[in-house]
Design a protein around this ligand. Structure first.
Ligand SMILES: *[C@@H]1O[C@H](CO)[C@@H](O)[C@H](O)[C@H]1NC(C)=O
Ligand SMILES: *[C@@H]1O[C@H](CO)[C@@H](O)[C@H](O)[C@H]1NC(C)=O
Length: 671
């Protein structure tokens, strides 16, 4: 008993002494800190390791409404990134922003071994990026049955509540510049949320501070649904996807004409305050894309509606894309990962959750295009489009912009309506730009519906376009990698800013500033401790014939907290400690050395599991479903049980299609 106590005491102090400076945030932040993920320490270089927080933030605990978020900060604070918060949303409705995090703008991609690998184009180098699953029921976000959302103004109000709670957790960041970014159906969410933030700012009283909202950035946005649906036919024709000889040509043309009539009607009632049914639910306009995909399918294959250069099986037509999705789904399905992400309510992750999408009809919300003019009075509005997308294509976006009036003028208002600027990033032409009166449109070359998926580094530079961090001449906008013009201008640590602006100074950042002598002293201290530790361990082992597991023991002694998560983190600390050791030892190789083996024995790794990481035991799994850390009295409904069959069946009934309409009106429902 005594030895055991001594041993754990020494390990604890060894960790404290040896490990790089510990996380210094608040207790609340600590609950959401992410310290491990499959592949994190193997595949992510230390200097690129982001500081991460994730978890289900309670919005309305009374009905289990929690919004899952995953926040990434660069551990090197620069002039550029130190005071920015970018919220990212995927669309659907009902599709998870983990697409954004793990396939697009986040620091990680998932490889075929279901481990994280680094994405050089990650946006978190340009500001903190927070991926949020919303509305409730989407991805890892939850709500009891009967508490899903239906309207865009609800999305707005819920997100403002989320922001309030989020900045209570990160109070030092509440005055950050805020950017709202996202894709597809987020073209409806984002203008509503931005409008909500501006209204919130206008209504403040006393010493409340406004949110410093700077810009919205919408990628292949579904903003003016009917106008965009009308574009499918001419756009497909222009790009050679459908020919006049197609047997369905004239029947589709009839629909296109009917859709045009609906749009004409909408135009005449544009300024009405009430919402017209013909504007918010037009099955005629909605069905055009599906008709085109059907009419152009051949031998069981059809055009990928998110990238017309690709083909998919009919009737998926893009639902199986991108191919890495098949690694993301099992990755997020791992219990280990759910624990790493601090989930309180475990839930089977789906890219798109049918019910969250189908309940979200937005029948009483005007399409977001109506909100854009007001936004341009206060903030930058950037609409960017991957040029290979069909579903939210460039022609559709340009056609509603042409008619839209903002800043006292219609469209981009130049004498030459075709006027456009070349966009050069890193010395290559990456797209073209049209811009006027705080509204900017960017057509991004060589990219699909998911721009950051295809051209991550280029997409990150879109941020420079809204922050004015570019050079411009008569023909061209020029931006630079990571927003810096020359090699010499590249990241200089803004250590002071980081120290005062946020508690997010990371281990790695501090560690890299550490003088070498200090490091050596530390290693020596460490070695001494290890020798003592080893001696004690041998001594202790000889006292007991059967091997013991420290983790198990801690489990028992902690059982009144019933807090498995802590053990997981503790095991992880040992694991990173081990990595630290290996890194610190000159000439240390990846082959497990003496020290590693020692630690493997201590953690009980080595023997059964060479990864030396948390391996959930199946018997523990049951309580994990109701793991109620923080919300001990949580009512867990069926929804939250892993593998809920309802959800299973509903899976993929809506996708990152701008509107589930495509599927709803289809006879051949994509599955
Ligand atoms: C553009 O936005 C700024 C605020 O960033 C505002 O002061 C200006 O009036 C806006 N311009 C127009 C034409 O609305
Ligand atoms: C990228 O797009 C440009 C403009 O459309 C085109 O000229 C170029 O060939 C494309 N490059 C690739 C690699 O597809």
């Amino acid at each position: 008993m005594l030895f055991q106590y001594l041993l754990s005491l020494i390990i604890t102090s060894a960790i404290t002494l040896a490990a790089p400076p510990k996380f210094e945030g608040s207790d609340l932040q600590r609950q959401y800190l992410v310290t491990n993920l499959p592949g994190l320490y193997e595949n992510i270089p230390e200097d690129k390791m982001p500081l991460m927080f994730a978890g289900q933030l309670p919005l309305y605990p009374e009905n289990n409404t929690n919004y899952f978020f995953w926040k990434f900060s660069d551990n090197k604070r620069t002039e550029i990134n130190h005071n920015r918060t970018i919220f990212w949303f995927n669309g659907g409705p009902g599709c998870s922003s983990m697409d954004g995090a793990l396939l697009e703008a986040g620091p990680f991609r998932i490889n075929k071994n279901e481990k994280v690998v680094y994405n050089e184009g990650s946006w978190h180098h340009a500001g903190d990026v927070v991926f949020v699953d919303q509305p409730p029921g989407t991805g890892f976000s939850t709500a009891d049955r009967g508490h899903y959302l239906h309207e865009l103004y609800q999305v707005r109000d819920y997100f403002l509540e989320f922001m309030k709670k989020f900045f209570e957790m990160f109070p030092d960041e509440a005055q950050n510049e805020i950017y709202l970014a996202g894709e597809s159906y987020a073209g409806q969410y984002i203008p509503y949320i931005a409008d909500g933030i501006l209204t919130h700012n206008e209504k403040l009283t006393g010493d409340e501070k406004p949110y410093d909202l700077r810009a919205v950035m919408i990628g292949n946005g579904w903003i003016s649904p009917n106008e965009q649906s009308l574009s499918y036919f001419p756009w497909s024709y222009e790009n050679g996807l459908i020919a006049t000889t197609n047997p369905r040509w004239s029947s589709i043309l009839v629909k296109v004409e009917k859709c045009q009539e609906i749009i004409d009607k909408i135009d005449t009632t544009w300024n009405d305050t009430e919402v017209h049914d013909y504007e918010v639910s037009s099955t005629v306009c909605d069905s055009i894309l599906n008709d085109i995909l059907q009419a152009t399918s051949e031998n069981g294959k059809c055009i990928n509606m998110y990238d017309f250069t690709l083909r998919d099986t009919y009737p998926s037509c893009g639902m199986n894309w991108p191919k890495e999705l098949k690694y993301v789904t099992p990755f997020l399905g791992k219990e280990e990962v759910m624990h790493d992400l601090n989930l309180k309510i475990l839930r089977k992750w789906h890219e798109c959750t049918g019910r969250a999408g189908s309940e979200f009809t937005a029948r009483n919300s005007v399409p977001a295009v109506h909100l854009l003019p007001r936004l341009t009075e206060k903030i930058q509005v950037l609409l960017f489009n991957g040029d290979r997308d069909i579903i939210c294509n460039t022609m559709g976006t340009l056609s509603f912009l042409k008619k839209l009036e903002w800043g006292g003028q219609k469209g981009f208002g130049s004498k030459d309506p075709e006027e456009k600027f070349d966009w050069v990033y890193d010395d290559q032409s990456r797209g073209y730009i049209k811009s006027a009166r705080n509204m900017t449109f960017v057509n991004v070359y060589n990219s699909s519906h998911m721009v950051p998926y295809d051209v991550p580094e280029v997409s990150r530079s879109l941020i420079d376009l809204v922050t004015g961090n570019y050079e411009k001449n008569e023909t061209t906008y020029i931006t630079y990698p990571l927003g810096f013009k020359r090699e010499a201008d590249k990241p200089t640590n803004v250590t002071e800013a980081a120290a005062t602006s946020s508690p997010t100074t990371t281990e790695a950042a501090e560690d890299s500033d550490e003088p070498t002598t200090n490091r050596i002293t530390r290693i020596i201290q460490l070695l001494v401790i290890l020798v003592i530790l080893w001696g004690l361990f041998v001594l202790y082992s000889s006292y007991r014939s059967r091997p013991s597991s420290i983790i198990k023991k801690r489990n028992v002694s902690n059982s009144n907290n019933g807090n498995k998560k802590k053990n997981v983190q503790w095991a992880d600390q040992l694991h990173s400690f081990e990595d630290y050791l290996q890194d610190s030892i000159p000439g240390g190789t990846s082959k497990p050395g003496f020290l590693t083996r020692t630690f493997n024995r201590l953690t009980g790794a080595g023997a059964s599991d060479s990864k030396g990481k948390y391996v959930p035991a199946s018997s523990e799994y049951i309580d994990d479903i109701e793991l109620a850390e923080g919300i001990s009295d949580a009512h867990i409904d069926d929804d939250f049980i892993i593998g809920d069959e309802d959800e299973e069946e509903e899976e993929e009934s809506s996708r990152k299609s701008p509107e589930s309409g495509l599927n709803k009106t289809s006879n051949n429902e994509p599955k």
